[in-house]
Ligand binder design. Structure first.
Ligand code: GDG
Length: 477
């Protein structure tokens, strides 16, 4: 049932709605929770607010009617097949995503993708403008919607606009490659407050404004040329719903499932686990290389040691993702061909998505969690893993190139480009005495429990409320 109200004091805009509408061949419509870090984080925030969420419902064609789900008013934005190909798969995931992740693969630049990006951002801005109550707070999310803040400000100068960047913001030397760099910065400067995962990301943004727009800046403030506005850019790192997830992990069925997983893997001495969207930023190939070398050197040997790699299907129509999948599957095949025994594969490779309960059980079953991205805004999997380890068991190997590492530095740190170093971190995680591992796990859990997603949202909304709303020229040299 759509809600009676027509405007809302809090409006979220994100590329995806927190649910997918899936129409079966017989015409029946099913509503499914959609995957991804943002959805996981925002769900618990929206539970505490009476708000609306604007986003794509996951099917191409006309937008379905707005509907309510779990106390949130959901307002779908329609995307045509061309919009999905150009705005989402193209500009968002084949232009911006590589540039914002250190150009691990080359970025593609196409002017018709940029046209689609502008068109779709305008559509989002108009949908938000129609739903926001006078003086409402609007929270725009992520790299797909960087033009929305300025577009929305033109339509609704009365609303307070925040934007949060879930992924890294690149150094100006990389950002400058974008033919549309000025328009993107100007789009973001329509906001009152810009939130980033790390201070380095916020600093990169401010520097880009200074160098590419010749904007006046001071510390975390950017003056918007030709206006009396200043915009603040600061780090507010995202987190997980610690209490909710810990509760799930403590359920007897989840704990029983965890024991069953170990059992069905032949009760290995060491179970290593990777859980990622199948994405080249996540360092899955580097992790497999390190593991393979440890097998070659005889430092690890199945069935004593085994690796479970969950690689959730992602962006399968983008070329770089198809190539990566081929490479990973070839590597897994080679490792298994060489080192598996009947009933004891060296790598269990699972190209599926699983329910949350199963993920929690896997986290609890794993002795060593491998989080080895080459670049990652935060990485919620690292925080979810420690949240699920209420038994203080397990060890986290964590890449220095994740936002999470800046908070979880007691973890077994690694530089995934340094395969020798990565191997050492994996071996250390296995060999460190249980007592020391427990102490480390306790410290990691304390950090996540004190800085959970509820605190993140409260901090973000407080920063947005207190962002400069009047000329503060005296602060901008
Ligand atoms: C972006 C940024 C940032 C994965 N497979 C399954 C599943 N997942 C869940 C994980 C986790 C989420 O998806 C993935 O979040 P990450 O943070 O690891 O990575 P991205 O998707 O790249 O997210 C990232 C994040 O936004 C939030 O700001 O941390 O840096 O890139 O929650 O558990 N969940 C279920 N089944 C799966 O198979 N249920």
């Amino acid at each position: 049932m759509p809600s009676e109200r027509s405007t809302y004091d809090l409006v979220i805009a994100a590329n995806r709605l927190p649910v997918d509408r899936v129409t079966a061949d017989d015409g029946t419509v099913e509503i499914r929770r959609s995957p991804g870090g943002l959805v996981t984080a925002m769900e618990s925030v929206m539970r505490d607010h009476d708000g609306a969420w604007v986003g794509w419902a996951g099917e191409t064609g006309d937008a379905p009617e707005p509907f309510d789900d779990g106390g949130i008013h959901l307002h779908p934005v329609g995307l045509s097949a061309e919009d999905v190909a150009f705005y989402y798969e193209g500009f968002s995931n084949d232009t911006l995503w590589p540039i914002y992740h250190d150009v691990i693969v080359p970025a593609s630049f196409h002017r018709d993708w940029w046209q689609a990006y502008q068109r779709v951002n305008q559509r989002f801005a108009e949908a938000v403008a129609a739903l926001a109550a006078p003086g409402a707070t609007v929270w725009v999310h992520d790299y797909q919607l960087q033009l929305v803040p300025a577009m929305l400000r033109r339509l609704r100068p009365d609303v307070r606009i925040g934007w949060f960047d879930h992924i890294p913001f690149p150094p100006v030397e990389l950002f400058a490659q974008l033919p549309w760099r000025s328009q993107l910065l100007e789009g973001l400067l329509g906001a009152d407050f810009l939130g980033f995962q790390r201070q380095a990301d916020a600093r990169n943004f401010v520097r880009a404004c200074r160098q590419l727009l010749q904007a006046r800046t001071k510390r975390d403030l950017v003056h918007v040329e030709g206006s009396s506005r200043t915009v603040r850019a600061a780090a507010i790192p995202i987190s997980v719903d610690f209490k909710g997830l810990e509760r799930l992990a403590k359920q007897p069925e989840v704990m029983a499932r965890s024991a069953q997983i170990r059992e069905s893997l032949g009760n290995p001495k060491v179970l290593m686990l990777g859980v990622d969207r199948l994405d080249y930023t996540k360092g899955i190939r580097h992790r497999l290389k390190a593991y393979e070398e440890l097998l070659v050197e005889g430092r690890f040997s199945p069935p004593d040691v085994t690796l479970v790699q969950v690689a959730t299907p992602s962006r399968e129509r983008v070329g770089a993702y198809r190539t990566l999948r081929g490479e990973i599957e070839q590597t897994v095949g080679r490792i298994n061909g060489e080192y598996s025994r009947i009933g004891a594969p060296a790598v269990h490779y699972l190209h599926h998505s699983y329910p949350r309960e199963e993920m929690a059980a896997l986290f609890q079953a794993a002795d060593v969690m491998l989080v080895t991205p080459l670049r990652d805004g935060m990485n919620l999997v690292a925080k979810e893993y420690v949240t699920c380890r209420h038994d203080l068991g397990g060890a986290l190997v964590l890449s220095e190139f994740t936002g999470a590492w800046h908070e979880l530095h007691q973890a077994f740190a690694c530089n995934p480009h340094d395969i020798e170093g990565l191997k050492q971190a994996m071996v250390r995680a296995v060999n460190t005495p249980a007592k020391d591992r427990q102490r480390i796990m306790q410290a990691l859990r304390r950090r996540v429990s004190d800085h959970d997603v509820q605190r993140w949202a409260a901090r973000y909304l407080a920063a947005l409320r207190s962002a400069p709303d009047r000329p503060r020229l005296e602060q901008v040299a």
